[in-house]
Every structure is written in C-alpha cells, then in structure tokens.
Design a protein around this ligand. Structure first.
Ligand code: PEP
Ligand code: MN
Length: 370
C-alpha cells in the first residue's frame, strides 16, 4: 500500500491541527433523538457528527437501523448545528444514497471490512469522490485484511483516509467488549506513517464507565483522534445502550483527556537521554542472555536425538511457566506479561531445536549431565 498518497491530518483541512473527534449516537432513531443529541453537542468542535443508519446486527428481526430516511435528519443536524455529518456504509447502494444526500464522511464498519467483495463494491462507488473515508478494523485481528480494505479505498482515489481501531472480537471474558490490540494498530501506523489512526473506545469498552482510561491510553499512543458514541438518553437507546455517553459525560471526557506531545523541550530530552542510555544497555544484556539461553537449548539437541526424546517436554514447560511467573510476581512484574514473554521464548526454543535436529551436521557432544 502506498503511504505517499495518503493525506496527513494537516492536509485534511482547516480544523485538523489537533485530534479528530467524531461523536454521535450509535444509531439514528428519530429526528428528535438525533437533533436532541446534536443540541447537547452544540458548540463543540466536532470533526463530524456520527449516526448509524444501516446497522449490521447479529440477529435478524432486531433493530437494523431506520435506513435512508435518516439521511435527511443528518443533513438537518448539519444545517442546524454546523457539524459535518457521517454514517456507516456497508454496500454500494448505501454509498450512493449517502453521497446523493451530501453526507460529508462515510466509514466502513468492522463487519464489512473483512469482506473484500463488499469493500471493493464500496470503493468502486467512491471513485471520483473527495470525502474522508474511515475504515474500522475487521472483527478478527487480521492486520492484512485491515490493510487490504484501506488499500481498496485508497485505489479508488480517496486521500483523506483514516483507520479506526474499535477492538477485536474475543471468546475470552475480558473487561472489554472488544479488546484492543494496540500493537496491531501501532504496526499499522509503522507501515503507513501518514495514515490517521482513530480509536473507538465505545465499541472497545462496551460500557460507558471505562471509556475515559481507554481513550486516554489511545491518545498516549499518539492516536490522531477518537470516535465516541453519544446519545441524548443512553438508557433508551435502541442499540449499544450500555456504552453510549450523555452529551454531558462526553463533555467531561473531552475536558479530562490530556493530549500528549510527541516530544518535549531540551530539559526533557536531556533527562530522557540518560534514561534511554540505561535502557539500551539493559536491552543489550537481555538480548545477549537470550542468545546464551538459546545456545544452551541447542546443546540439548544431540542428547535428545540420541535418546529419541521429543523437543516438547510438557512437564518441564509447566514448571518453567509457573516458576517464572512466580518470580515475576516477586519482582513486581505483571505475571501475564511474563507468561506471554515465556511463551514466545519457549516457542523459539522448540523452533531452534527443530532447526538443529534437521541440520544433520549437528555435532554430537557428550551428553552426561543433561
Ligand atoms: C458503530 O460504529 O456503530 C458500529 C456498528 O461499529 P463497529 O462496526 O465497530 O461494530
Ligand atoms: Mn454502536
């Protein structure tokens, strides 16, 4: 994918200096609800006011959005409050209807992004149009699928392109509805430095009371903006009731959030230089210790081969995992982090053993004491 043709936020337009803020209800439900919510947000410098019109719901027969008639309500919001307005599109027909009504922004939802046919169809319908297009992450943590969807939209000639991280589906019981995978989004940004990256803490959290720390975490990771669900009366919302903020709660959120700078002045840099030097030295030690550890693993191979013993030793692995996580706890480290780290180390140790086993030239050494 071509980073060069992506427009940075600075190239997006007049109010794109800071972060992008998109807010509005999960779904447009009625003119009164839409205008009432917009009234609660009046005067805020929103990048755009959002509302879902076509809702891809899990079960048929549930509220699937009010459809095209709500496009007019969105236009009414723009006329009364001056906000640019945007909605989610899932088909070429949605794009055509949204463009006919003059919507300012569209986004592709998490259930559509994974479907290349649908994304291609949407991209074709966007050809020759110059509006910002947002692409939410696919429901499964597949970076290539996310990139592929962005690329299809880019190939249609869209320069004002942004990715929205709304978290990923999981079968595990977590404190999130859709846990974020920050490292995946960071990798997206590494590959496409000009791409604007937004966080949708509403769909990540699934509940209103944890939106602040999640949004702040995204800003601390230098996200370029937020998409937040706001409803005039969340308890009455026809979709995603638990995660929507009232306009007052939204105002409070925006006031509490701190937008960090990417870098600080000379005193900051001087302080960092010393600490970073120490970190560099520690990392060098970590890497040489890892190399030594893998060397010892390699030395086990001849004996395992001679005695016909498997590379994977489940009981030893259980013991390593439990003793290392206890050590981690004693040292005040997060044991889940250390468990994940050791899973990687262990996987690599097995790979190294397999590699040595396959390399017939592995020298046979004395195996006493192993
Ligand atoms: C939404 O923004 O209302 C929505 C349906 O989000 P997602 O595609 O992230 O589930
Ligand atoms: Mn929603």
């Amino acid at each position: 994918m071509n980073n060069a043709s992506i427009k940075t936020l600075q190239e997006w337009g007049k109010d794109a200096e800071g972060v992008l803020v998109c807010a509005g209800p999960c779904s447009a439900e009625s003119p009164a609800q839409l205008l009432g919510t917009a009234a609660g947000l009046a005067g805020r410098p929103l990048t755009f006011f959002r509302a879902g019109i076509w809702k891809p719901r899990t079960h048929p027969g549930t509220f699937e959005g009010v459809g095209v008639e709500a496009l007019r309500w969105l236009v009414e919001v723009r006329e009364q409050f001056g906000f640019p307005v945007g909605t989610e599109v899932g088909t070429a027909k949605h794009v055509e209807a949204a463009l006919r009504c003059g919507l300012d922004v569209v986004w592709i939802g998490a259930r559509t992004t994974p479907n290349p046919y649908a994304v291609q169809e949407i991209a074709e319908a966007l050809k020759g149009v110059d509006i910002p297009v947002l692409v939410k992450n696919p429901v499964s943590p597949d970076l290539e699928l996310w990139l592929g969807a962005l690329e299809r939209v880019q190939n249609a000639g869209i320069g004002r392109l942004a990715a929205v991280h709304r978290g990923f589906c999981t079968a595990s019981d977590t404190r999130y509805r859709n846990p974020p995978l920050w490292r995946l989004a960071i990798e997206l940004k590494r590959r496409l430095p000009k791409l604007s990256l937004l966080c949708d803490p509403s769909h990540m959290c699934g509940r209103a009371d944890t939106i602040f720390p999640t949004a702040q975490e995204a800003l601390d990771l230098l996200y370029n903006g937020l998409m937040v669900e706001v409803h005039e009366n969340p308890a009455q919302a026809r979709s995603d009731a638990a995660q929507q903020l009232t306009p007052a709660q939204f105002q409070d959120l925006i006031e509490r959030l701190v937008i960090p700078r990417e870098s600080g002045g000379p005193p900051y840099l001087a302080q960092m230089r010393g600490l970073r030097h120490t970190i560099d030295e520690i990392d060098e030690d970590i890497i040489s210790l890892l190399a030594q550890r893998m060397e010892v693993v390699r030395q086990m191979v001849p004996a395992k081969r001679r005695h016909g013993v498997a590379a994977l030793q489940p009981s030893r692995w259980r013991e390593i995992l439990s003793s290392r996580t206890s050590m981690a706890r004693r040292k005040g480290l997060n044991d889940e982090f250390v468990a994940q780290l050791y899973q990687l180390v262990h996987e690599e140790a097995i790979r190294v053993q397999e590699e040595s086993l396959l390399a017939r030239e592995t020298p046979e050494t004395d195996d006493r004491g192993t």
